[in-house]
Write a protein that binds this ligand. Structure first.
Ligand code: SAH
Length: 356
């Protein structure tokens, strides 16, 4: 006899869960109860579902599984940033980060194991894309990081950014289902206003986000407002060039009326000159936006260097003088490779936290 393969209960929608209970001869509201255990109370153990009878719990255990992600290790940076590798049911690992600040607690989460886009400056870009994360794996990262905010800083999680490993818009349907669980009242009930999806610029999917009326913020990893330069550092630009991405953003803005954030890493002697600032200004005229100029975080290959701060200031001043909101973002968690673009499952023994 072959082994019985149990269904992952968290792959079922609320309607499907209700159907499963009805087919088992139970009332549909039992399905609703289980759904709330799973997504509102983040319960990963059928035995803890205390408003169900023993019989029902046993039946659930025989029929379904839950695959919670496991904290593999936890590292704390000198600046308080916390990073962890999360082990998935198939032993693959992704990383998630808590970035504490005075006014906010931000979770930075992954959307894929590895990434297919090979951006030249990004550590994740050197890994292969192994698979997409499931909605529950996206949700679990948020739950863990939310708990760290409480445990370590006694503060609620306020923001979520999809700026960890992977390209969220290339895992669109799981991303949307994960966000659903994070924002819905039957789930964590967080506001979509506090969620930012960051993309390297998949034009078609930017349009889809608008069509589907997904109520989250959008950030574009721009890094160059000139096709020749952008092709050099982001191969995705060859099939999604600035014209295609710009038009998709205009479509997005027409539909959503949401201001989009452009992320712009300033690389020394590459994209931080006045010509570059002028090109960026032109791109910024397409729709209401703001620019985050990001310090480059070294990934260890020596290919790029971060721009000098006086050049970055000049660059920002030019944009601001021309009516664009532009801010310099200094990265956090660099000593444990938790900063943007450094996520590649590297460990720092001296920062590891031992927990009972
Ligand atoms: N694929 C998505 C999300 C992951 S990257 C995207 O491209 O937006 C999240 C952010 O980190 C992006 O803005 C990315 O460009 C930035 N980033 C990547 N490598 C970096 C590095 N070495 N230094 C600073 N920022 C980096």
């Amino acid at each position: 006899m072959g082994e019985v393969i149990k269904t992952d209960i968290r792959s079922l929608s609320l309607a499907e869960l209700k159907e499963v209970f009805v087919a088992h001869g139970e009332k549909a509201f039992r399905g609703q109860q289980v759904y709330e255990w799973l997504w509102k109370k983040s319960c990963t153990d059928f035995d803890a579902m205390s408003n169900l009878s023993n019989d029902l719990r046993n039946w659930l255990k025989q029929t379904f599984v839950i695959h919670p992600i496991q904290v593999e290790d936890k590292q704390i940076s000198n600046d308080g940033t916390i990073k962890s590798g999360f082990k998935l049911y198939d032993q693959k690992v992704v990383e998630g980060v808590l970035i504490p600040a005075d006014e906010r607690m931000t979770a930075c989460v992954s959307s894929q194991v590895g990434c297919s886009l090979t951006c030249k400056f990004c550590a994740t870009g050197t890994m292969d894309r192994e698979r997409n994360l499931n909605p529950d794996e996206i949700y679990d990262q948020v739950v863990h990081i939310k708990n760290w905010a409480q445990q370590h800083y006694q503060n609620p999680l306020t923001n979520i950014v999809f700026m960890g490993m992977g390209e969220p818009l290339l895992n669109y349907s799981n991303l949307i289902k994960g966000i659903e669980k994070i924002t819905s009242p039957e789930g964590l009930g967080m506001s979509g206003e506090r969620i930012t999806v960051s993309t390297a610029g998949i034009a078609k999917m930017i349009r889809k986000l608008a069509d589907d009326e997904v109520k989250v913020n959008l950030a574009l990893s721009l890094h160059a407002a000139n096709d020749a330069k952008r092709n050099l550092i982001m191969p995705i630009n060859e099939s999604n060039n600035l014209k295609a991405v710009g038009e998709a953003l205009q479509y997005y803005y027409r539909k959503t009326r949401r201001r989009v954030t452009y992320e712009y890493i300033a690389f020394k002697d590459f994209n931080e000159g006045m010509e570059d600032a002028k090109e960026l200004l032109q791109f910024c005229k397409l729709i209401p936006c703001k620019v985050n100029v990001i310090e480059y975080n070294p990934t260890g290959d020596g290919k790029f260097e971060k721009a000098d701060s006086d050049k970055i200031d000049k660059f920002c001043n030019y944009l601001e003088k021309n009516g664009i909101i532009a801010k310099v973002r200094r990265s956090r968690g660099k000593d444990i490779d938790a900063a943007c673009g450094q996520l590649a499952n590297k460990k720092h023994e001296n920062a590891l936290v031992k927990e009972a």
